[in-house]
Design a protein around this ligand. Structure first.
Ligand code: TAP
Length: 479
């Protein structure tokens, strides 16, 4: 990366992305200036400013909710499912057609490696719209009924900006709801490009509204009295605050919150695959993944071998320029998140008495970076084993028996996901039953599919997104 600051202009000149100096809010089918102030969104790999974005205040949020209400009452809520499906299919196809542009913009704004944005995020986003398009005219066979709730307020985080948008918007629209969505402050650009795609698809005005801004914008949105449904993905702390705000109202709520997943490796596991699964589990998307396999539980008899192989594999991970197709680990999304990861890693170093290890790698001088890191000598009481780090940091613990593995895996306030690596099918079934995790992967990790429900137990939230279950949260009488 000779000149890290030359990204955006170079990409623009090649016609890959069309960055505007400033962006307004998307309300009632149009881009409009917000009444409030604006904020800058930056490229975390270079710290270069990508664009100035409007910050929606309560009055803007009110306009967006009113537009969504009108669109629901007059058009979308009355439209036959087969007609809604046509729009969703059209959106899905445009996402595919503009996939390269979406992937590059996501990488610029988020810092994730382009190979992930291109091969994982964008294809799954398109798949979600295709999948829910298929449901729109078949709701009567879902067993949930066909009556939409009305206006959905949707607030999403920065780790998968476009994918979280798809998880929220596709089922809501398929079920006949209209939406007002707030993307995270550090990653608003692909949501605004999605708004442009809605225009291109001739989606009726007001069906999708995007209000950009910080936490206060999200707060105004979820507290708005004319919202029927709140769908939130983000931290457990903010999720709890949201649950308090909507308590005692008629709003329906789904919360997708944090995680501290156990990735459990037994001594009969196919180790080559398991090592890849461990690496993917914690280093995919820089570990900015709610279901990341951030606790490796490895059976004592193979612990030394697994650790040795893991370290060897980690030395070949390429950290750096997210737009380089060979990059495995991109930039940390923000200075704030980097500070949080650094703080917990320092705590871990003290807790484990120096059990921290990273491969030698040169990090770029500009931007926000953290090397892939593994901690040994971790106990269950350590903060690095209990708290979500949301970065490329793995805590390694050991176990002797399957029962001990289950106890340790479940010893967390979270319950979003888990992974099991073993040759024994019976053990997989037994473990899946014992683990208090919404998703359990067997001999794989971080696999996502629009047909599969996703969601948590305990402090990981409630409600499911994806699959047939993902529609429940958007239909009357379905919960
Ligand atoms: P949060 O700080 O909770 O932010 C999530 C979203 O909520 C952002 O759009 C944020 O705006 C907004 N927000 C902040 N305060 C708010 C309030 N009081 N009322 C309404 N909205 C508010 O989380 P994050 O740091 O962006 O994301 C990381 C967390 O998300 C992790 O804990 C991770 O596990 C979780 N996560 C969970 C899942 C699932 S599916 N379970 C998926 C991805 C991420 P600003 O960004 O502008 O502050």
């Amino acid at each position: 990366m000779s000149n890290p600051f030359s990204y955006a202009p170079a990409l623009e000149s090649r016609g890959i992305v069309n960055l505007q100096p400033s962006y307004g809010l998307f309300i009632n089918g149009e881009f409009v200036d917000g009444a409030g102030s604006s904020f800058k969104t930056i490229n975390p790999a270079t710290e270069e400013v990508l664009a100035e974005v409007s910050e929606a205040d309560a009055a803007d949020v009110d306009k967006a909710v009113k537009a969504a209400r009108r669109a629901h009452t007059r058009v979308w809520g009355k439209m036959p499912g087969r007609e809604r499906a046509k729009y969703l299919y059209r959106i899905a196809r445009i996402i595919q057609e503009r996939g390269r542009e979406l992937a590059v913009l996501e990488t610029l704004d988020n810092g994730k490696p382009i190979k992930e944005a291109r091969d994982v995020d964008v294809p799954i986003v398109a798949a979600h719209f295709f999948y829910y398009a298929g449901w729109a005219d078949k709701l009567e066979h879902s067993g949930f009924g066909t009556r939409s709730l009305g206006v959905a307020a949707q607030v999403i985080p920065w780790n998968f900006p476009l994918l979280m948008l798809a998880w929220k918007i596709a089922p809501a629209l398929a079920a006949g709801n209209t939406v007002v969505l707030k993307p995270a402050e550090t990653t608003p650009l692909t949501a605004l490009l999605f708004a442009e795609i809605c225009q291109q698809a001739d989606l009726p005005a007001g069906v999708v509204n995007i209000v950009t801004g910080a936490g206060a914008t999200g707060q105004a949105l979820i507290a708005h009295e004319d919202v029927d449904k709140v769908a939130f993905t983000g931290s457990t702390e903010v999720g709890k605050a949201i649950a308090r705000v909507v308590a005692g109202t008629e709003k329906r709520v789904t919360l997708e919150l944090g995680g501290k997943a156990a990735n459990i490796v037994f001594d009969d596991a196919p180790l080559d695959q398991a090592i890849e699964g461990i690496v993917n589990g914690i280093f995919f998307n820089q570990g900015h993944v709610c279901c990341a396999g951030s606790r490796l539980l490895v059976q004592e008899s193979v612990a030394d071998e697994v650790l040795e192989r893991l370290k060897s594999r980690m030395t070949s991970l390429r950290v750096g320029d997210p737009l380089d197709k060979n990059t495995d680990i991109g930039a940390i999304n923000s200075a704030e998140q980097l500070a949080r990861i650094r703080e917990l890693a320092e705590i871990g170093e003290t807790e484990t008495g120096g059990g921290r290890w990273s491969p030698a790698c040169e990090l770029p001088s500009q931007g926000f970076w953290f090397p892939p890191t593994v901690f040994t000598g971790v106990t269950q009481a350590h903060r690095i084993a209990r708290e979500e780090i949301f970065g490329p940091v793995l805590s390694v613990l050991t176990f002797r028996t399957p029962t001990e593995a289950v106890e340790k895996a479940n010893n967390t306030p979270y319950g979003l996901s888990a992974g099991i690596w073993t040759e024994k099918g019976s053990r997989i079934l037994w473990m899946a039953d014992q683990l208090r995790a919404g998703v359990v992967w067997a001999n794989t990790f971080n696999k996502f599919d629009p047909t599969s429900p996703f969601g948590g137990y305990k402090e990981s939230g409630y409600g499911r997104e994806g699959g047939r279950h993902g529609l429940e949260g958007y239909l009357k009488g379905a919960e």
